[in-house]
Design a protein around this ligand. Structure first.
Ligand SMILES: [Zn+2]
Length: 330
């Protein structure tokens, strides 16, 4: 069996604060014996649970990298019981390019699991997490936002799972994260996702969508930092008190929560993120980009709910996700 070529430049199992990299050999035109160097911090203090904390699984999502940079810089060993493994830029080549997928192989890390030790750069990253880092973890927090093409109300999420004991742990941790919205998330396509790999191992997972549009805001970063701290306190890894604010709990009962554009054109949002809508309400319109005198396509809510996600750019393609609804749980 091929061994994964990634090696950490710091110990994963020693007490203290260690800053280094995951070194992935990558031979290429400008560096014959070169490497991809993925920043890594390990903070450990004695025995206790391990949290594996990742940002920039997609390279154009920024709240995670910011919150994790700060955590890596400011956490002292005495603040921790157990271990933090911090990887602010999970798909590092994509992060450096500011793109969703890796510029090296165009692979979407969040569709590459379980990965391959002898695959492309992105597949090797996936395999290393699958076979080396995830088995060490009790809890995984994987930060997402909308990136270049989507925008979201700030939410933390867990998935509805067949394994109810894992599901219950994931929802409790998501509530502890305490973003303004907490969502029972239904994925369009969960095959190959990191989330699915984590959950299949029975580990606790919190994921997020905290904003989007290929940037972050003071508010979305504050939510990321507070949520991260809260969930680590909940997991008994960080000392402190969970800071609780009101959260709206939403669920996604079926695929009707997603609306997709049936045409290309000019995207006109008709309600903004966080708006409450009733079934039949107009959520967005798509105008032709290439002519006048033609009525726009209309996109209406298929159920009562809250607009939690939307297409971000002003232009849209056929098949793009145009709107996402969540349904309040009472
Ligand atoms: Zn993402």
């Amino acid at each position: 069996m091929t061994r994964n070529p990634i090696t950490p430049t710091i110990p994963l199992d020693r007490d203290g604060v260690h800053h280094g990299h995951l070194r992935l050999p990558y031979s290429r035109d400008d560096s014959a014996w070169g490497s991809v160097m993925i920043p890594l911090t390990v903070i450990k203090n004695g025995d206790g649970p391990t949290a594996l904390l990742t940002g920039a699984n997609h390279g154009d999502e920024y709240e995670g990298p910011i919150a994790l940079q700060e955590l890596a810089l400011t956490t002292r060993p005495e603040d921790v019981t157990g271990r933090l493994i911090i990887v602010p830029a999970f798909n590092y080549p994509a992060f450096r390019a500011g793109t969703r997928t890796s510029p090296i192989d165009r692979v979407n890390l969040n569709r590459a699991f379980p990965g391959r030790p002898d695959g492309t750069v992105t597949e090797k990253i996936a395999d290393y997490f699958q076979t080396t880092l995830l088995p060490l973890a009790d809890l995984a927090v994987d930060f997402h936002s909308g990136g270049g093409t989507l925008d979201f109300v700030p939410f933390a999420a867990a998935h509805i799972l067949d394994d109810k004991s894992t599901q219950d742990r994931c929802f409790k941790a998501t509530e502890a994260f305490n973003a303004p919205y907490s969502v029972e998330l239904l994925e369009i396509d969960n095959v190959g996702m990191y989330d699915t790999a984590v959950e299949a191992m029975g580990k606790t997972l919190v994921t997020t969508e905290l904003g989007g549009g290929r940037s972050s805001t003071a508010l979305s970063n504050a939510i990321a930092k507070r949520g991260l701290r809260n969930v680590l306190i909940h997991a008994a890894i960080l000392r402190g008190k969970i800071e609780t604010r009101p959260t709206v709990t939403l669920t996604m009962p079926d695929d009707d929560c997603y609306l997709f554009s049936a045409a290309e054109g000019l995207h006109e949002p008709m309600v903004d993120l966080g708006a409450e809508v009733r079934a039949g309400d107009l959520v967005a319109r798509v105008w032709p980009a290439d002519r006048t005198g033609i009525a726009p396509g209309e996109y209406r809510a298929q159920r009562d709910g809250v607009l939690i996600g939307r297409h971000f750019p002003g232009l849209i393609q056929m098949g793009d996700c145009i709107a996402v609804l969540g349904v309040p749980k009472d």
